[in-house]
Design a binder for this molecule. Structure first.
Ligand code: PAF
Length: 278
């Protein structure tokens, strides 16, 4: 398994692959890898010739210092985990490799899609995500990049960024992987106790309940009933919204073809998000 720490060494390896006309797939991650990441890597391996997995905890997308500090970092475990998956190139840069001194990034206007849902509660988060992903794209220059739909808004925003910047990269959105219990796989689950994992089930139960509600009432009513249901659990709700999948605008009295529910909630001091397409 090759681990590259600098953009220069990775670029040499990728240039060689590109000279041989090999297609490049890219899975950006912040490490603490789990089966959900593995599903993205496996999908990439099945679709392209060379797969790059980046492991970089990106400070510019955290608006909470404690969250950044507590984010799990376990490079050697991650490398061992990937070793069992197949042949991938691991890119584990430090800050100055991703953000060189001459780096600049102009705010990308996305018609407000980066200001609702997560964007409303984590100001600047998506500009930070776009910045790091744009920089990583510039280094890897992939043909395809793979993202998980648990971060539904992130996928929508990266797709828009690729359009706005006119990048020749196909964004592949992959389904959320869940534990047997239903809880969405996330690196943050590592910070949950067993009891908290049980408490966190209310998120998936609420999303499943909403699927039923869709046949009985309009989005506004469904949202109210779902919130009441959620409040019976022990988590602290930050938001529960039902939105149109492209504009991310809240739905009121009628369902859209792509209606999606997004939830963010605190389980103790761990912030969890989840999404379901209704
Ligand atoms: O989804 C994540 O893990 C991160 O937001 C990403 C895409 C790796 C950018 O830091």
């Amino acid at each position: 398994m090759s681990v590259f720490y600098t953009r220069q060494t990775l670029t040499i390896a990728l240039d060689k692959a590109k000279a041989e006309n090999k297609s490049i797939g890219f899975v950006p991650t912040m490490g603490a890898l789990h089966e959900g990441h593995l599903a993205l890597v496996k999908r990439a391996i099945s679709e392209v010739d060379v797969v790059v997995v980046s492991i970089f905890v990106n400070p510019t997308q955290f608006n909470n210092k404690e969250d950044l500090e507590k984010y799990p970092r376990m490079l050697s475990t991650d490398v061992a985990f990937l070793e069992n998956t197949g042949n991938v190139l691991i890119f584990a840069p430090d800050y100055s490799e991703v953000y060189p001194l001459n780096d600049s990034f102009d705010k990308i206007e996305l018609n407000g899609t980066d200001e609702v849902l997560e964007g409303k509660y984590r100001p600047g988060h998506f500009q930070g995500v776009m910045h790091v992903v744009r920089n990583l794209f510039q280094i890897v220059k992939p043909n395809k990049a793979y993202f998980g739909l648990k971060d539904f808004q992130q996928v929508a925003i990266i797709k828009k960024m690729v359009q706005v910047l006119n990048l020749p990269i196909e964004i592949v959105a992959c389904p959320t992987l869940r534990e047997k219990s239903g809880i969405a796989m996330s690196s943050r689950n590592l910070r949950l106790t067993e009891n908290q994992k049980t408490d966190a089930l209310i998120i998936y139960q609420t999303l499943t309940y909403l699927k039923e509600l869709k046949h009985k009432c309009n989005p506004e009513e469904a949202k109210k009933l779902a919130k009441d249901y959620f409040m019976k659990g022990d988590l602290t709700l930050e938001y529960l919204e039902i939105v149109e999948g492209n504009t991310l605008q809240s739905l009121g009295d009628s369902w859209a073809e792509d209606s999606t529910c997004c939830i963010a909630a605190f389980c103790g001091n761990v912030r969890l998000i989840d999404t379901i397409q209704l």
